[in-house]
Design a protein around this ligand. Sequence first.
Ligand code: SAM
Length: 237
Amino acid sequence: MTDTHADADLDMDLSAAGDDWRPTPHGRFLARVLSQHDFARGKDVLELGAGVANHTILLLRQEPRSLVATEILPELLDSTRANVERNCGTDQPIEYRVADWLSTEGEFDLVVTNPPFCKSGKQNRRYFIDSLILDTHKRLRPGGELVFIQSSMADVQKTLARLDENGFDARVVDTSEGPFRDYYFQDEAFMAESKRVPDGFKIKDGVHIETLSVIHAKLRPFTPHEGAHIPAERGDS
Ligand SMILES: C[S@@+](CC[C@H](N)C(=O)[O-])C[C@H]1O[C@@H](n2cnc3c(N)ncnc32)[C@H](O)[C@@H]1O
């Protein structure tokens, strides 16, 4: 199956095929926030899980120094590339890379992503968010930045506390409320987990509503403690 649509607000033509992730309200809201800021200008950027390039295109319009766009499978990355080339041409400072989340090379100024959550497929549904919090520093230069979106159902307060514990100054850039996706109700475990999250969602006039938050986090300078197990010169402390 191939479907094509024009995102009029953001002035882009996107096509999706097969198992491509079709942008949901999460992706659309992150796109809106990215279009209102200039996070990528002049920077070396890593975008994780680029999907149909709905964010890649916006990031390229900000004229980064370089951009690495990743996906977990080559065929998903083919769609990223096709959409970038249709909207931005082929003369762009972009590299397309198949990679499993942060298991990739390089040092960057900015990491951007809409991480899998409800359908993360992991025992810890927050796995991709927690992985960002624990390991993005390995891919970031000192003072590097992380921009991502998450639902209130993934516990924003937990995320902000863990970012702080792991050396990031973090803030919520913007929020947006919206109704649940239909597939939330089909996953009983997800619904049960969400009920246990403080302020995970609300019900207004019988409609279940989640809040989406775009989070911007900046890595604080850090020197490993004297006698740390891993020598500082390894650079991945
Ligand atoms: C929530 S979707 C976001 C897609 C797109 N950026 C958007 O916002 O519409 C998550 C994306 O991450 C990709 N993905 C899933 N697991 C991954 C992994 N281990 N490493 C890299 N990408 C992964 C999926 O294929 C999917 O395109």
